[in-house]
Design a protein around this ligand. Structure first.
Ligand code: NAD
Length: 264
């Protein structure tokens, strides 16, 4: 391991299991010497998250439901007590009602819209508010987004709207926090088979589509997202903020791929 993250302490929010993007990021950070704290959502996930946290030597594993301000407060109070500071934060949290992650966006209900935007977008600002006082020496905040924020993707629906608002939040937070040396960025990850993704209609088809139509002709791995997160959370990216960085095998750059020579 190198010293890229040594001495850096950070909070990872959004591990559900070992397929979570947050876990891919945590593993990579650990390999580069970072210290990690974790949150989990509810008891059912605690059983999965604790052993993972143990495996990377983490001693701070806390419950957090981002719809509850008191729950978020408790996390940052505990981190303040244990560490007294924070260098980085990973927000890998999203939710929308499964029934509305298929079919037409037009059907979106008010209740699901409000809840999806609260959990998938506002929560990033809510945690940023509490992280900032712990980042007196500067810091790096990272969230996860998806191309459905920029262009229509089938079934992504209200999540696309939530991610568009999240990406705008990244820019506003970056402007607010730049003077304090706190950087705010997002990774726009290509599709990865996770618990959250399994809720999206036709997800297997979306995976195939990205595999066939991205310049690299493959889907991204947790390690690849981890590598880019390492860059954005370490001092390697000291000049980068307000950025939405695509880790999607280049899919977002393509209008149309050439028909494969083999298929002609
Ligand atoms: P995941 O299911 O492993 O992680 C989603 C996490 O959100 C879970 O840990 C869940 O507990 C948490 N969460 C949901 N509601 C919460 C709440 N009220 N309070 C606290 N936590 C809550 O799936 P993932 O794909 O790793 O998702 C992580 C992030 O990556 C999400 O923002 C997702 O939109 C984004 N993303 C995923 C993909 C993909 O294809 N998997 C692509 C681009 C972006």
């Amino acid at each position: 391991p190198d010293a890229l993250m040594s001495g850096k302490r950070g909070l990872i929010m959004g591990v559900a299991n070992d397929r979570s993007i947050a876990w891919g990021i945590a593993k990579t950070l650990h390999e580069h010497g970072a210290e990690l704290a974790f949150t989990f959502q509810g008891e059912a996930l605690e059983k999965r998250v604790r052993p993972l946290a143990d495996s990377v030597g983490s001693e701070i594993v806390l419950p957090c439901d981002v719809t509850d301000d008191a729950s978020i407060d408790a996390v940052f109070e505990a981190i303040g007590e244990r560490w007294g500071r924070l260098d980085y934060l990973v927000h890998a949290i999203a939710y929308a009602d499964k029934d509305e992650l298929k079919g037409k966006f037009l059907r979106t209900t008010r209740a699901n819209f409000v809840r999806s935007l609260d959990i998938s977008c506002y929560s990033f600002t809510a945690v940023a508010q509490r992280a900032v006082p712990l980042m007196a020496d500067g810091g790096s905040l990272l969230t996860l987004t998806y191309y459905g924020a920029e262009r229509v993707m089938p079934h992504y629906n209200v999540m696309g709207v939530a991610k568009a608002a999240l990406e705008a939040s990244v820019r506003y937070l970056a402007a607010d926090l730049g003077e304090q040396g706190i950087r705010v960025n997002a990774i726009s990850a290509g599709p990865i088979k996770t618990l959250a993704a399994s809720g999206i209609g036709d997800f297997r088809y979306i995976l195939k589509w990205n595999e066939y139509n991205s310049p690299l002709r493959r889907n991204v791995s947790l390690d690849q997202v981890g590598g880019s997160a390492l860059y954005l959370l370490s001092d390697l990216s000291a000049g980068v903020t307000g950025e939405v960085h695509h880790v999607d095998s280049g899919y977002h750059t393509v209008g149309m791929m050439a028909v494969d020579a083999a298929a002609q």
